[in-house]
Design a protein. Structure first.
Lengths: 322, 246
């Protein structure tokens, strides 16, 4: 058996969560004294592929067909299944990001492999093949035993910190037989916020709530975010009122983020908001109300007026960063 | 036009999360169960909107025990036409997807809608599996869905933005915020739901590929460290030296 990792890319750049999945897969391969192969689809420069060895992979399979620059779930599924067969892989690993969510369950169904997503632990093989996953929107974990011979795992982003080594991987072209007619889902338009850090990939997130009173005050949030190199987010009423774009809304009904550091400014900390952010490693809450429920979920707190505290904080961060 | 909406039962968003039986079962005591929010607010309501404009039929399916019937009745009260309950309780995504696929194969649907994920299991798995089992295209985490003839135009979320895609029906779509505005059932709907067909069907043969070994709660937070608003430098120092996150 071996381990196969699907690493997704956009515009020729491997996604952050994919690096984490590669490192995870390399460690699982080590655990089973076998090899880890990475599969990359679409156009990516050779040096980027050999550099995947930095994350512990020894071998990269690459299907460079330009038509694969866009993710088409059913096409990708067939290629990944073929690569799994080619490598005799029993464990197939995905990042649990947007591409992973689109493809991993399909691959699992195709291979009749037990599937666990949002995985936050390495497999425990003392009694079967057990992985821990996040459940109840981050409020608990479940240990799931995968009982089938083939296994598909989608790794929770920002859970396994990457430690780069100087290893390099050998790259082999992988022949992916695709026809134009196979592409059933056709992308007609892509709208991404350019120049900003995608929220789900940000290591630091600065988030604002209704306590900021209006969109004209958002400079407070964006200045601090810029000083920290952070992504920006907001609570649901802020997005619903049109103060901020909808893709910044985090929580039960919005995005789930798990940064290393989450700043909540003028957000009360309703349970539905917490559901989207409680996986953050460190939470800082700035709120003028000492009774705000968010303080119970925080690591550090300041009771104070955001309009006074945040500019000082931004200045202090700039001073630190020199 | 025939639409299938996959409905799952989850604890209310504010339910206390606790476990019993040596941490192998969710403690249901005092917990109120609801339709998984993504299934109700987005998948079901969008299906109902399409029904109103396109004269479509909306079927509902849930894979679950008799305790899911109040949930299914509510979905009927909101406007679903006919419901199917596959009488089995399984936490394995593949087994559940196989049930939905078996039903869909018999009925033939133009559109199959699921929620983006369940708020208890957080699998984000069933839609993709159903699509693969039926050999259909799958568009995940969709925020908008319009139909024009046989073509669906769908906005789906990607890292840091959105993508607009076109796909021919039939298709499986997992739904999130943006799809539709939540509705509440009215009296007429509730009355009508009592007599709408709810068929209980026995599960198709399928394998179970995973099993829950147990649950854990996250370790309790050490407690919040409060810092004076006049000393933000102290916060920056702690984040840098103690937490090591900046
Ligand atoms: C089913 C459901 C799903 C939901 N999903 C989500 C979701 O996904 N995400 C989400 O965020 N919400 C969600 N909500 C809404 C949620 O319940 C809260 O209403 C919402 O999170 C509150 O937003 P807020 O904290 O910005 O505003 P508020 O609750 O109004 O809180 C504002 C806070 O700002 C503080 N404040 C005021 N002025 C200042 C100042 N000058 N300086 C510092 N602090 C100040 C106040 O003390 C207060 O704590 C959902 C609700 C329901 C019912
Ligand atoms: N037992 C079930 N019966 C019917 N539909 C389900 C069931 N479980 C999940 N689904 C559907 O699949 C979606 C994704 O669920 P999951 O993969 O468990 O996160 C849900 O939002 C539902 O639409």
């Amino acid at each position: 058996m071996s381990v196969l990792i699907f690493a997704d890319q956009a515009q020729g750049k491997i996604k952050k969560a994919a690096f984490e999945a590669i490192q995870y897969g390399a460690k699982v391969a080590q655990q089973f004294s076998t090899t880890a192969t990475v599969l990359v689809l679409g156009e990516v420069a050779e040096n980027e592929l050999t550099a995947l060895g930095n994350y512990g992979a020894t071998k990269v399979l690459h299907a460079a067909d330009a038509r694969l620059n866009e993710t088409e779930g059913s096409v990708f599924t067939r290629i990944i299944a073929a690569a799994a067969e080619h490598e005799a892989a029993d464990v197939i690993i995905f990042p649990h990001n947007f591409d992973g969510k689109a493809i991993a369950p399909r691959v699992a169904a195709r291979l009749k492999a037990g599937f666990v997503s949002g995985v936050v632990s390495y497999p425990d093989t003392s009694n079967g093949f057990v992985v821990k996953k996040s459940v109840f929107s981050g409020k608990a974990f479940a240990n799931i035993n995968i009982t089938s011979a083939k296994k598909v795992i989608a790794v929770m982003p920002n859970t396994f910190a990457v430690e780069k080594s100087s290893g390099t991987a050998t790259v082999t072209a992988f022949p992916a037989a695709v026809n134009d007619g196979d592409f059933k889902v056709k992308v007609s338009k892509v709208e991404t916020v350019s120049g900003e850090i995608p929220l789900t990939e940000a290591e630091i997130v600065v988030s604002g709530g209704r306590g900021l009173k209006g969109p004209e005050n958002w400079g407070l949030v964006t200045d601090l975010a810029q000083a920290l190199g952070a992504g920006t987010a907001c609570s649901r009423p802020v997005a619903d009122s049109g103060w901020r774009p909808h893709h910044e809304h985090v929580g039960q009904t919005g995005l789930t983020v798990r940064p290393n550091l989450y700043f909540a400014i003028g957000i009360s900390g309703a349970i539905q908001h917490l559901a989207g952010v409680n996986g953050s490693k460190v939470i800082v809450v700035i709120n003028k109300d000492p009774e705000a429920p968010f303080f119970k979920a925080a690591d550090y707190g300041i009771v104070g007026d955001a309009f006074e505290v945040v500019p000082k904080l931004t200045a202090a961060v700039k001073a630190l960063k020199g | 036009m025939k639409i299938l909406v996959c409905i799952s039962k989850t604890p209310d968003t504010t339910a206390k999360i606790a476990f019993t039986d040596n941490n192998t079962k969710f403690n249901e005591a005092g917990v109120q169960f609801i339709i998984n929010p993504y299934d109700e607010w987005y998948a079901l309501v969008r299906a109902l909107e399409l029904k109103e404009t396109l004269n479509a039929t909306v079927h509902l399916i849930t894979v679950g025990g008799a305790d899911t019937e109040p949930i299914i009745r509510k979905a009927l009260a909101l406007g679903g036409d006919e419901a199917f309950r596959v009488n089995t309780d399984s936490p394995d995504s593949y087994f559940i997807a196989a049930q939905i696929a078996a039903h869909a194969r018999q009925q033939g649907y133009d559109l199959i809608l699921t929620g983006k994920e369940t708020i208890d299991y957080n699998g984000a798995a069933i839609g993709g599996m159903v699509a693969e089992l039926l050999d259909l295209p799958y568009v995940s985490i969709a925020a908008k869905l319009d139909l024009s003839g046989n073509t669906a135009t769908i906005n789906r979320e990607i890292e840091g933005g959105e993508e607009v895609v076109n796909v021919e029906l039939p298709v499986v779509v997992s739904c999130q915020k943006g799809m539709a505005e939540a509705r509440i059932p009215n009296m007429r709907g509730i009355m009508a739901a009592r007599t709408k067909p709810l068929a209980v069907v026995e599960p198709a043969a399928a394998d179970t590929l995973t099993a829950i070994a147990g649950f854990e709660l996250p370790p309790a937070k050490a407690g919040v460290k409060m810092i004076s608003p006049d000393n933000v430098e102290e916060l920056v120092k702690l984040l840098h030296e103690e937490a090591k996150v900046i």
